[in-house]
Design a protein around this ligand. Sequence first.
Ligand code: SF4
Length: 204
Amino acid sequence: MLNRHKVAEETEQAHTIDMRVKIRQLLESFEATETMLTPQELADKVKLELEIDDEDLSNFTYIEAGNVLNQSAYEYVKKEDRIVLIPHCLRNAEKCIAPIDDEGYHCEKCGACIIAEITQAAEDRGIKWYMVGGGSHAINIVKNARPRAVFGIACYDDAKLGVEKVGEYGIPTQAVLLSKAGCVNTEVEIDKVIATLDLPDSSD
Ligand code: SF4
């Protein structure tokens, strides 16, 4: 019984991954052939084509539509002029030793959560990072830090707010959604984070 449940779960996960690949491919294909689409219009076209009504996949489609539309402008910004915003809910809330000030938490890379890996990867690439407390804190950081491009890791609501608000300042964005959202001990797929940190710098 347990095995049957596990197989069903794995099949569901494989289906979701497959759908996400299809969504991204279709977003890129529509973006290449049609001009002047907003993220919502682009997402709606893909949702219609793939008959998506699942909420998580709809949210993913909207955020990825923004990523696809912003990617060239984002890649035009040198890595040292980009910042990455990391949500503090990814911390190991019980063990975290990071001090906090107006710029958010300062990860000490104690290794108790994935943020140690993310901050190290950002530093290795010359990208400044901030560990923020939510959408409005993230916007304040952007106003003060004045980056030329912003990569945010966030739950859907914060990612949507952040991408739209930062977009109003004319700053290109990329976003990776949390794979498990919530107030504490959330999760993100590290491969996706690294892939976005690795987006090339085509400004030269
Ligand atoms: S790795 Fe950083 S953010 Fe994570 S628990 Fe340790 S100090 Fe806190």
